[in-house]
Ligand binder design. Structure first.
Ligand code: NAI
Length: 415
């Protein structure tokens, strides 16, 4: 078996981490058990490009139980848990991922997965599909799945440009994904990453959240919960208004830049913190990104404005500007929750990866019947994932009475 990982001797630690996550993933476990009986992915090669974490390892095991032959590479050079990669290799799953890999090795790993000619691909950010469309002209997969907002945007752009050659399921668009993973997962773990990188006290500080979408909503709420004054920067008036009505200050970027002690970007957009913002930031401001790509903080502009930089903590670099102010960038501007902490807690990845497993099954069941465009998972699957998750939390949904069902479907029964 071919693979490329940092250190095979870390497997034992990785197995413990995978086991810890497994106990918090009851929905995925139920799918794993069903897959083991029904084998809906029998005979399929599945190539995945995901953050190589303990939660992903549980997804790989479920897919394998369903009959798939899985190969995994990293979807970000800094998010790989090397011990988890080692554990998966020990379990016979080929992994191509080394934390801190450079761009050449990163894309080499993506190509290694594509060399397996996967029937189904799984992406987090669409790097696998992008490389496949650019470089591979052989047999296309029967379909692909996409985990994150940025990947879905890229795939929709491909479909509009007419270059997407196979169907893709936008797992991110399932309610049980983005309403929980993006909000609660990124909300908590982005702050976890910043705290581990800095050990700052948030209480009394001003935190600027750039982008008030699903992720930004969670980050802002958690920062406020820790006692910070939160400023939101948005370009969408409705989302900006929603932030204002949650009690946050909503300001244009430049004004917010003067006031912030900690900045968190979660827009999926390019250069939302750039030279004009760095020019007015306070001495000591901390900059972190939780958006998918490391493009949100313009590091080239920061480098141009700086006279020097040094690493001051494990995931923190100090940039000294020409006027003597110091700005601190966490995790090189990459996803701070994955690079400086452990990513989303397993409890929330349980639902995202249940959706991923069901998406792979849905693609396999509908092979040959779908068009080359971006699909959503059927809503009844969302409802099923939510129901099992709620039960695992000790809750349960109520049921409509027959009279209520009739009332909600009728237009005659006004009063
Ligand atoms: P979203 O589309 O719900 O929200 C993005 C928000 O940013 C929108 O409200 C948009 O109006 C705003 N925005 C865009 N450009 C802006 C600009 N120049 N200035 C201010 N605001 C701007 O997207 P979501 O789901 O919140 O995802 C955001 C990013 O986080 C994406 O790149 C996504 O892939 C990534 N993500 C990261 C995760 C992690 O583990 N760190 C998990 C899930 C998503």
């Amino acid at each position: 078996m071919r693979f490329d990982i940092a250190d095979a001797s870390l497997a034992e630690e990785g197995l413990l981490r995978i086991e810890w996550a497994a106990r918090r993933m009851p929905v995925l476990a139920a799918i794993h058990r069903r897959f083991a009986g029904e084998r809906p992915l029998e005979g399929l090669r599945l190539g995945a490009c995901l953050h190589v974490t303990a939660e992903t390892a549980n997804l790989m095991q479920a897919l394998r139980a369903g009959g798939a032959e899985v190969t995994l590479c990293a979807s970000n050079p800094l998010s790989t848990q090397d011990d988890v990669a080692a554990a998966l290799v020990e379990e016979g799953i080929p992994v191509y991922a080394v934390r801190g890999e450079d761009a050449d090795r990163y894309y080499g790993h993506i190509r290694a997965v594509l060399e397996q000619a996967p029937h189904v691909t799984m992406d987090d950010g669409a790097d696998l599909v992008t490389t496949l469309l650019k470089e591979c002209s052989g047999t296309d997969p029967l379909g692909s799945t996409e985990e994150t907002t940025t990947g879905v945007l890229r795939l929709r752009a491909m479909a509009e440009a007419g270059v997407l050659r196979f169907p893709v399921v936008a797992v991110n668009d399932s309610a049980t994904k983005h309403l929980f993973d993006n909000r609660h997962g990124t909300g908590q773990s982005a702050l976890d990453g910043i705290l581990r990188a800095t050990n700052l006290l948030f209480a009394g500080r001003t935190v600027v959240v750039v982008g008030y979408g699903d992720c930004g909503t969670g980050v802002a709420a958690r920062a406020q919960g820790l006692g910070a004054a939160v400023i939101v920067v948005e370009v969408d008036p409705v989302r900006a208004l929603a932030a204002a009505m949650e009690g946050y200050r909503v300001l244009p970027g430049l004004e917010a830049a003067r006031r912030g002690d900690v900045f968190v970007t979660v827009t999926g957009d390019l250069h939302v913190l750039r030279a004009e913002h760095f020019a007015v930031m306070k001495d000591g401001a901390v900059l972190a990104n939780a958006g998918h790509f490391d493009v949100e903080i313009d590091l080239a502009a920061l480098e141009a404005a700086a006279q020097g930089r040094r690493r001051v903590r494990a995931n923190l670099e100090e940039w000294t500007l020409r006027d003597g102010r110091r700005l601190y960038v966490a995790a090189e501007g990459r996803l701070v929750n994955l690079a400086a902490a452990e990513g989303h807690p397993a409890d929330v990845m349980d639902m995202s990866f249940a959706d991923q497993a069901l998406a792979a099954e849905w693609l396999a069941a509908n092979a040959g019947k779908l068009e080359p465009r971006v699909y959503r998972l059927p809503e009844y699957l969302d409802a099923e994932v939510a129901r099992i998750k709620l039960e695992s939390l000790g809750g349960g949904v109520d049921a409509l009475t027959p009279e209520q069902e009739r009332y909600l479907r009728s237009w005659e029964m006004g009063t």
